[in-house]
Design a protein around this ligand. Sequence first.
Ligand SMILES: [Cu+2]
Length: 138
Amino acid sequence: MPVLLLWLAAGCGGAGSDDTASYAVGEQDVATDGGTWTVHWAPSPDPIPLNEVFSIDATVLDGSGAPVVDASLVANAGMGSHGHGMNTVPETTAGGDGTFLIEGMLFHMTGAWQITFDITQGDQLERATAEVTCCATP
Ligand SMILES: [Cu+2]
């Protein structure tokens, strides 16, 4: 039955649909605003649950697609249209190989959220922003 449900969501899921599958984020690549790096990321669990803590696996890549091992990353999120952020402060753990584990994210409202990844390498700082629509209702 899960296969059938996914197929139905893919065929019929549109604006306003509350099918769980229509909120799946998948793996995304988001370029930083200066164009230097790409953040490859995915949430866990996916789809992101409303009002429940989730985490993000992210990898910072350079222009050739190689991991950037000496950059730092700070993640945050907010609803630009509402002018507020999250009520939690996420913590980021660097893997030392270009990967980062971001824990303690929580979306407390449905609607459009922006996840920001601030990447710093030396004295260079650039931001990647991902747009996410929250969330599947239980
Ligand atoms: Cu809001």
